[in-house]
Every structure is written in C-alpha cells, then in structure tokens.
Design a protein around this ligand. Structure first.
Ligand SMILES: [Zn+2]
Length: 337
C-alpha cells in the first residue's frame, strides 16, 4: 500500500514467528504513551494472501486477523466527594466527583457509582485516592480505593436521606437497589422529565437542551412538558442570546415535533412504567398533532374511548398531561394561546 502512495502506519512490521508477535505486543503495551496518538490495541494479521484464502472467515470475522486489546489504562486520583443526582423517574444515582485526571484519551472529572451497594462493595470514601479507568475504553469507572494511602479516620460514605434537589426523603424500597425521590414535583425530576420529552429518542426538539429548559423553568416560562407547546416566544426574544433567528429556529423545531409518532415521546414523560415497546403495542404511532387526548388508536383504524377506571397503557399518561393542561386553560389558565 505504501508503494501506491497511501499512508501506512510506520510501526507496521512483519514477523516470522509468533514469539516475535507477542514480544511486539508486549513492547507497545509498555510504550503506548510514546506514540503521538491514543491506541487501545494492536491488529495482528497473516501476511500471506493465499493463507488468508485457506483460513477463510467465521460468520463474524476473518480467521486471519485478530485485535490484541491492551488492558484499559488506569490512573489514580483523589475522590473529592460522592454526590447524588436525581433523574426523571426519581432514581437517585451516586456519582464520584474526582480531581480531574487524564485517562484513556480524555479528562475525567466524574464517574457513576450506580447505587448504594456498589459504593459499599467498592468501599470508596470521599478523601480516598482511587483508581480510575474507562470501561470499554469509553465510560469512566472508579475501580476502587488505594487502601495503602487512605488517610486515617476516613468515614464510610452514607447515602443521603433526603433528595438533594427537593429535600423530600429518599426511599429505597425492599428488594430494590435504587433510592428514589418519590416527589413528582421534584425540580430535578421535572427538569429530567422535560429534557427526556424533548430529547432525540422522543419529540426530538433541536435547540432545546437541558440548559435552556432549566432557564425556561427558572423564568417560569414552562412548568411541564406540555408548556413547551405554549412557549411565550415574545418573552424569549427579550432573553440574552435569543436573537430573532434563534427564536424562529426553536419555533420551527417545536412545530416539526408535532408530527412525531406517539409511541415513545409522551408516554414516558411521567412514569417509570410503560416502555416504548408497550406503547407501540398499545396503538399505531399517531402524530401528536392529530391526537384526541380522550381517545386512543387501537391499531385497526378505530379508536378506543376512555371511560372512568380504564387503564390503557399507551396514551394514558399523555392524556393525563394534556387533560391537566386543558383543565388549566378551561379554568382561565395562566397562558392561553
Ligand atoms: Zn426530589
């Protein structure tokens, strides 16, 4: 390939026996940081086209080439703190706040610790020196503490008893590993809920990220996901960084999202329960724009009407959300458009 003028890695070498191949891999495992770029392994190939023919391939990969994966790079750093973040469903996830450290090609300052049991198993305590690596070379992970250098008198970390966002008690149900904030009005949950609603897998409203949503919440421009569709564009124009074009783009993105299918978007805004597959099973994807909040498509072109006591899985939660909104408007709600 080099003779054809194509760029070839200058470290590429051929060997006559396997022992030399192993030695080559061991060499680069030792010297991976001498290269001006990050590597996660070495590709070993049979250097003979006829032999490649004979070896052939499995269903998934050729038998004449294999990747020698280097073990994930590990670094030590200081665990400054363990904090808890609260998500859309109220799940409270502990995460490590680290002294930033460069590992596996990027700087890592945070890493999830998953749940109370994981923190206990790893026995990491704020103030510890900890080993950090990238799981699968992508997701930062705290491996464990370096016990030899643990300062004396360091107390084990205790899961907080109240939600860091709303101050309501955190609940760990029997048989579950997760703590949850069960306050549906929790600001952290509200933010995560709306972020999820407008995210790519759901309504996919471009230009409406977590930062913007937090800003709109703080300003009282929105209080729930439905409010996104009644956003006061004039109020937006008065904000820093919202020029005419940004407002027009956001308005267009919101308008475009009305044509998204029903299945994933709305239904998961309020609840842990039904997933998109159940929602899809509950009804043909229906563009939100044509949705009657009191009826649900059945898949055969007809609709099912809700009656008191019904518990349809698909659009129930969206319906509740829309009804609340309609009710609010009927009562002379705050913002009628
Ligand atoms: Zn809360």
């Amino acid at each position: 390939m080099g003779s054809l003028g194509l760029p070839v890695n200058p470290e590429t070498t051929t060997f006559d026996d396997l022992a030399q191949v192993y030695a080559f891999c061991a060499h680069w495992e030792e010297h991976r940081h001498d290269l001006p770029y990050e590597i996660d392994g070495i590709v070993v190939k049979v250097d003979d086209l006829a032999s490649r023919e004979v070896l052939g391939t499995t269903a998934r990969a050729p038998r004449w080439a294999i990747a020698y994966k280097l073990p994930p790079e590990e670094r030590t750093t200081m665990l400054r703190d363990i904090q808890v973040s609260v998500g859309r469903t109220g799940r409270a996830t502990p995460f490590a706040v680290l002294e930033p450290v460069f590992v596996g090609g990027s700087t890592v300052g945070m890493a999830t610790l998953h749940n109370e049991d994981q923190v206990a198993i790893k026995d990491v305590r704020p103030g510890d020196t900890v080993v950090v690596r990238k799981a699968g070379d992508v997701i930062p992970e705290v491996v464990g503490p370096v016990l030899d250098v643990r300062p004396e008198g360091l107390e084990p970390w205790v899961f907080p008893t109240v939600c860091p966002s709303c101050g309501e008690p955190l609940v760990r149900a029997e048989g579950e590993v997760d703590h949850r904030c069960v306050n549906t009005d929790c600001p952290a949950r509200r933010l995560a809920r709306i972020s999820h609603f407008v995210s790519r897998g759901a309504m996919d409203i471009e230009g409406l990220g977590e930062r913007q949503i937090q800003l709109f919440l703080d300003l009282g421009l929105i209080t729930d996901a439905a409010d996104v569709y009644a956003l006061d564009l004039d109020a937006l124009r008065e904000l820093d960084g919202y020029g005419e074009r940004a407002v027009a783009n956001l308005a267009a993105a919101i308008e475009a999202s009305k044509a998204r299918p029903l299945a994933e978007p709305a239904v998961r805004t309020q609840h842990r329960a039904p997933g998109s597959h159940r929602c899809a099973a509950a009804g043909r994807p229906t563009p939100l724009a044509g949705l009657d909040p009191f009826r649900e498509p059945r898949g055969d072109g007809r609709h099912r009407r809700y009656r008191a006591g019904d518990r349809p899985v698909g659009a129930r939660l969206l319906r509740r959300c829309l009804q609340q909104r309609l009710g609010r408007q009927a009562r002379g709600g705050r913002r009628d458009h």
